[in-house]
Ligand binder design. Structure first.
Ligand code: ATP
Ligand code: MG
Length: 424
């Protein structure tokens, strides 16, 4: 026998048992996005490799070792998108969406990174991305955070998440800080791991993002970027934090929050939970004004975030905030030759008159008993039974499956009414 082919490591199927959970969260996301006037943008999954190198930064985990890059048949170097910000900005620049315009956008879909698969870390994973362009802030920074708060509230997990905030300053401010940081880490170079040794010259801020537990004490004692920020940046940040306080939104300052990508400036944030082990960041983002020029646009403003959907779903599961799946309301049983087509006619009538009804038609024949067993197993609230007698009398029998109520024989019109009342 031929050997079964399995899915690629770190790339998961979502099976029918869990798709209702995904659909539920996706529905809430759509409602929250439209409540803030954000529009959906749909982007390709593959982009030119150059786009990610230029935007994410050459000396980042993603570009150094995580990208799925390949040559297509024309010899062009293409990459499966590891994140959505670069593609979103590319599309906006390409289609002139940033000419004297403000944009509030969101997208949703798979991202690809060749990481070591573990809980909360996959090679194909889904992100919700939100990006806004054209607003210097900090008002839009606040709006973005309020939008995430509302999402957590709607999903019932606000209490499980902590908002961590930092400001990365401007490019100039970071340059001064960088020198100090290099000096500090050089003094302790014997404590740096291999990755950090390399980053000391190429991208020292990234050392602060190290997940290596042995490096944490050294990192905690490093100089703090906040001490190197100029007046304008400080005002931007303090306005944001004051407004958060006035609105009763809790946050913690995390001076070591630098984010894994190069393009951030000023406000950066993460929503973190302690309920998911090491992979506790569910949502992360910040301001990235300078990326627009880096990709060939005119000076402009940008802030956005990405949310890891698998981590979000794990957190909802942990917190018992996922609704029970409920795939079927009614299971239609047909017995006897006369009921075969009559069953389809009745089913189509019910589907037309009750557009929200979930009706599963039994197919494949079998005795009444075996069909009834399947009806029970389907989770349906009601079995509709159509035998030859019912067909002749133009009626249908309704049998409640989850209560002790009696079976009733009713006209088709009465069946519509009964179901309408019962499934409200
Ligand atoms: P981490 O520090 O966990 O590697 P990151 O800084 O690389 O995260 P971002 O690029 O900011 O993550 O992505 C935003 C969010 O997407 C993360 O906070 C996380 O929820 C999710 N995410 C990132 N990488 C993965 C992955 N490999 N598998 C599942 N979710 C991921
Ligand atoms: Mg990462």
């Amino acid at each position: 026998m031929a050997k079964n082919i399995q899915a690629i490591r770190g790339m998961h199927d979502v099976l029918p048992d869990s798709t209702p959970h995904w659909q539920y969260v996706e529905q809430v996301i759509k409602e929250v996005m439209s409540a803030y006037g954000y529009q959906e943008i749909r982007l390709p999954i593959v982009e030119k490799t150059e786009l990610f190198k230029r935007s994410i930064g050459e000396v980042t985990d993603i570009v150094e070792k995580e990208m799925y890059t390949f040559e297509d048949r024309n010899g062009d170097s293409l990459t499966l998108r590891p994140e959505g910000t670069a593609g979103c900005l590319r599309a906006c620049l390409e289609h002139g969406l940033l000419h004297n315009q403000i944009q509030r956008l969101w997208y949703y879909g798979p991202m690809f990174r060749h990481e070591r698969p573990q809980k909360g870390r996959y090679r194909q994973f889904i992100q919700l991305g939100v990006e806004t362009y054209g607003i210097p802030g900090p008002d839009i920074d606040l709006e973005i955070l309020l939008l995430t708060v509302r999402l957590w509230q709607r999903l019932g997990i606000l209490e499980q998440l902590e908002l961590q905030l930092n400001s990365l300053g401007t490019t100039e401010e970071r340059l001064v800080y960088r020198e100090q940081l290099v000096e500090y880490f050089s003094r302790h170079s014997e404590q740096l791991d291999e990755d950090s040794q390399r980053r000391l010259t190429s991208n020292p801020l990234r050392i602060l993002d190290s997940k290596n537990p042995k490096m944490q004490t050294l990192i905690e004692q490093a100089p703090i970027l906040m001490d190197f920020l100029g007046e304008e940046t400080k005002t931007h940040f303090s306005q944001l934090t004051e407004q958060l306080e006035q609105l009763g939104i809790r946050y913690t300052l995390n001076p070591r929050l630098v984010r894994g990508l190069d393009y951030y400036s000023k406000t950066v944030f993460e929503w973190v939970t302690d309920r998911l082990g090491a992979q506790g960041t569910v949502c992360a983002g910040g301001r990235y004004d300078s990326l627009i020029e880096q990709l060939g646009g005119k000076p402009n403003y940008a802030i956005g975030f990405a949310m890891g959907m698998e981590r979000l779903l794990s957190l909802l599961e942990e917190s018992a905030q996922l609704p029970e799946p409920h795939p079927v309301d009614v299971y239609l049983i047909r017995v006897g030759e006369k009921a075969e087509l009559a069953g389809f006619k009745l089913a189509e009538k019910l589907r037309s008159e009750l557009p929200n009804l979930k009706l599963l038609m039994h197919c494949g024949g079998g005795s009444f008993k075996s069909q009834f067993k399947k009806a029970d197993k389907s989770g349906a609230e009601y079995a509709l039974i159509l035998g030859e007698d019912e067909v002749i009398a133009s009626t249908v029998s309704i049998k409640p499956l989850r209560s002790q109520q009696e079976q009733q024989n009713v006209s088709h019109a009465e069946a519509v009414e009964l179901l309408k009342q019962a499934l409200r």
